[in-house]
Ligand binder design. Structure first.
Ligand code: B3K
Ligand code: ZN
Length: 845
């Protein structure tokens, strides 16, 4: 495999004008007939170079005549001297085998239906084509099969017995191509755009799933309205189709006019889906829909620019979800995710720029850094230039680049042009990896408070020297009586060390720093538990309120782990009064009650120079759970009763109450021997409570009967069964986790070819920190065994799951040695995929 560099970018030798494709579908011998109109690129004349992999070539012609050509495993080339100098038509017929395509990239089959996944470089497994995002063509597609539903991008053009034709008027890169054929049912609706165009909306599913589409459809319509209202962007075809597919490597894909979804990210019903699933469905539907403008109408020049569409689209879906639910709660959830996935990545061997400069396999760069840190950069930009300039800049970007494939430079330029600011320094966020550490000291003299900030970023692979970043630091000041004396203001830090003063204060205030998590940094601030408790009670910024509780919890756990210090009174009292405060949003209180994850504690210890002991982390965290259960004994039953949300509605209010109620139930179960949880399990009519009750029981070390009856009730439902697999591994005690995971792989319903099922077991094993790092190394070995088995079938999912090992250098020499052995064993596997080779090599460092 070859390393590709951003600096080597060159325009293609040929542009595509139109592409006509005919698919004669057959499970093992699908014929793809292509007729592509090419135009030589006057800026860069040369051979016609087409990508193509795993294709059986039947014929090639140029302008209807035979022509000499060369093929390799990856390309078809026709010499410039054999080509017309004017625009020409290239025709080819190839044969492919969707049924045996277990990599789930290109054209493949899932539960009897045909579907495609082309991003990033999957189109080359469908036919010979310049498979790069800067080549944008107008596609017309004819599908031939005996299946009742045949779909492709754009608008339906004509159809008859056994065939259907689709035409997409918008030029697009090949990665946005999609085709679906199957025996599917549509859940339909319609929408009239702000421009007055009628759009048919369909969610296509397998028979039996049609009653799980209504929520997704509502989310789609909400997204369409939101993008018109907030960004002034309307939809641009007569039809918008979504298809649910069971076997899918990731969440969903934004193909033009034909989004394809992992069924777990679009199907939802109260009986089978938790509130978390509803929220995820809403967010992903929005995300893929928003790509229509940020990604499809304006796309990426090359794959190094991936964050151009992904960071921006994540930012847009985050704002949408905040508008639909609660910005405060959403922001806390975003930061939890960012820290758990992106900070973890940024602090380990896989750290990379938001815009990487080289890659072997681009699929390995669909990362938390590109997506979530990419979104944080947009949020910082908006904070620095203000809302008005932000939307002005977006409009300029849309107007200027509609129909183009562009780079981060064009994106930033739009904001420079509307603000007149030089954003060169800010742009460094795209080219410097690593999470800045921001420390702060305070000085009080006369009536002036001075905050002095210092930023440093630790070295990351290939980047030893770091420069200061531009940091928007949102600060507010609170007087000792609890009044806010200086409301939120954004300090713009650009140097390594910088001071900011606040004058004319009558008494020394308490500073609330990094409100709303205004920059993706690790804030290092010496603070007493008393000050934290004060801000927990008085800060007007909900993020920082929560953050103070979280810091208290972390300090408590760290002290318990390091020298057995019992939980601090300040923490227990502050948390108790927060929980009992009915004026506070239940969803927010639930977030305050949730303890830091074991992985988070391990990272916190590492940052403090302590080698984390996973068993001690597990035990002390359990100990703290028991302490909370005892300390809050008198308020738990009342909270549990008061937060019964009644009839299930998947909205913010209901889900907030259920979320608090389930967190309370987990503690209550430690006090009442599981009585409340058993009752809820037996009587509840929704999955949030049923799964919440079962998890509470399993985490308390019981629940085997309920587990069996859950299986009996739901064995026929694939998505619920994923939860059944997942819950058992996730809530296993450390010394049981690997054994339970291994036992589940023997279960008749375990199917390694289905990524959702594979992740249900092995994602949960990795997520069970104590279990994954059990002292005997059994989980390391089990995961490695299965990654080795999965790699030949599905390299993409295998490579992604190698990330479980990315934190190996945190741990003691024994564990490091055991993990290293497993990584080396994976690497030594004959014919290991390029995807997995790249990941394991980078992790080993
Ligand atoms: N753009 C796709 C991700 C494709 C991943 C390819 N390995 C989904 C999304 O981000 O919307
Ligand atoms: Zn995306």
């Amino acid at each position: 495999p070859q390393t590709i560099f951003l600096k080597d970018y060159a325009e293609p030798h040929h542009w595509v004008e139109t592409a006509h494709l005919t698919f004669k579908l057959s499970p093992r011998a699908t014929l793809v007939v292509s007729k592509i109109a090419f135009k030589p690129n006057a800026n860069n004349l040369g051979d016609l170079i087409l990508n193509g992999e795993q294709l059986r070539l039947v014929s090639v012609q140029i302008n209807g005549a035979d022509v000499p050509y060369e093929t390799t495993d990856t390309h078809l080339t026709i010499k410039q001297s054999d080509l017309p100098q004017e625009p020409f038509t290239f025709e080819a017929t190839v044969e492919i085998s969707p049924e045996t395509n277990t990599a789930l990239e290109g054209l493949y089959m899932s539960s009897g239906m045909y579907c495609t996944q082309c991003e990033a470089e999957g189109f080359r497994k469908i036919t010979y084509y310049p498979d790069r995002p800067d080549v944008m063509g107008v596609f017309t597609v004819r599908v031939e099969s005996d299946l009742p539903v045949m779909l492709s991008n754009g608008n339906p053009q004509a159809s008859g017995d056994g065939w259907a034709e689709w035409h997409d008027p918008w030029p697009k890169p090949a990665y946005l191509f999609a085709l679906v054929a199957g025996d599917l049912i549509a859940h339909s609706d319609h929408f009239t755009t702000i421009e007055g165009n009628h759009v048919d909306l369909n969610i296509y599913v397998r028979k039996g799933d049609e009653d799980k589409c209504a929520f997704g459809m509502g989310a789609l319509i909400d997204s369409m309205i939101w993008d018109e209202r907030v960004y002034g962007r309307a939809y641009d075809l007569d039809i918008f189709n979504i298809v649910a597919v069971d076997d899918f490597n990731m969440g969903a894909m934004e193909n033009k006019g034909l989004n394809i979804f992992n069924s777990s990210c679009v199907l939802a019903s109260p009986e089978t889906s938790t509130d978390a699933t509803f929220e995820r469905v809403e967010g992903i539907i929005a995300h893929e829909y928003f790509h229509n403008w940020t990604g499809n109408r304006i796309t990426c020049r090359d794959w190094f620019q991936l964050c151009l569409k992904e960071g921006l689209t994540v930012y847009r879906d985050q704002m949408f979800s905040g508008d639909m639910r609660s910005h405060a709660v959403k922001r806390i959830e975003e930061v939890l995710q960012l820290r758990a996935r992106q900070f973890r990545e940024d602090n380990g061997p896989l750290a990379h720029n938001v815009r990487p400069e080289s890659f072997v396999e681009i699929n390995n760069f669909y990362t938390a850094t590109v997506y979530e840190k990419g979104a944080e950069i947009i949020g910082m930009l908006r904070r620095l230039i203000g809302d008005e300039a932000y939307y002005k800049g977006c409009n300029l970007y849309f107007d200027r680049h509609d129909g183009q494939a562009v780079t981060i430079e064009e994106w930033i330029k739009a904001f420079e042009d509307v603000t007149g600011r030089d954003l060169t320094h800010f742009k460094q966020w795209y080219s410097q990896a690593g999470t800045p550490r921001l420390s702060v000291t305070e000085d009080w003299a006369d009536t002036t408070l001075t905050l002095t900030f210092t930023q440093t970023t630790p070295a990351t692979p290939g980047q030893d020297v770091k420069k200061p970043q531009v940091l928007p630091i949102m600060v507010g000041l609170i007087a000792p009586n609890g009044d806010e004396v200086v409301p939120s203001t954004v300090l713009e830090m650009t140097e390594t060390t910088q001071s900011f003063t606040f004058e004319d204060l009558t008494e020394r205030p308490i500073a609330s720093i990094l409100r709303d998590f205004s920059a993706p940094v690790i804030l290092q601030r010496e603070m007493t538990a008393k000050t934290r408790a004060f801000l927990l009670a008085h800060d007007t910024d909900p993020f920082n309120t929560w953050e103070m509780g979280r810091m208290l919890a972390k300090d408590t756990l760290v002290a318990m782990i390091i020298d057995g210090t019992p939980p601090a009174r300040d923490y227990l009292d502050a948390l108790k009064s927060m929980l009992s405060d009915d004026s506070k949003d239940p969803a927010f209180r639930a977030l305050c009650l949730a303890l830091p994850s074991q992985d988070d504690i391990a990272q916190t210890l590492t940052d403090a120079g302590v080698t984390p002991d996973p068993m001690a982390i597990y035990e002390q965290r359990e100990e703290l759970r028991h302490t909370l259960a005892t300390e809050f004994k008198d308020i738990l039953p009342g909270l549990y009763a008061a937060n019964d949300a009644g009839a299930f509605k998947p909205d913010a209010q209901g889900s907030g109450k259920r979320s608090l109620r389930m967190s309370v139930l987990a503690l209550l179960t430690l006090n009442d021997g599981g009585k409340a949880a058993q009752t809820l399990f037996e009587t509840s009519d929704n999955m949030t409570e049923q799964a919440g009750a079962l998890t509470a029981l399993l985490s308390a070390g019981t629940g085997q009967e309920e587990l069996a009856s859950f299986y009996a009730q739901w064995f026929h439902d694939r998505l619920v069964m994923d939860k059944w697999f997942m819950m058992q591994v996730a809530s296993a005690a450390p010394l049981d986790a690997a054994r339970i995971a291994s036992m589940l792989t023997e279960h008749a319903d375990f199917d390694m070819k289905n990524p959702n099922r594979f992740r249900a077991v092995f994602g949960a094993l990795h997520g069970n920190h104590g279990g994954f790092h059990a002292p005997d190394g059994a989980a390391y070995k089990l995961l490695a065994d299965w990654l080795i088995k999965l790699d030949p079938l599905n390299p993409q999912t295998t490579a992604r799951m190698c990330g479980a090992f990315e934190t190996w250098k945190r741990y003691d020499a024994d564990r490091q040695g055991m993990i290293k052995d497993q990584l080396n064993r994976i690497l030594a596997t004959p014919n290991l995929s390029g995807d997995t080779t790249e990941m394991v090599t980078r992790i080993l460092g």
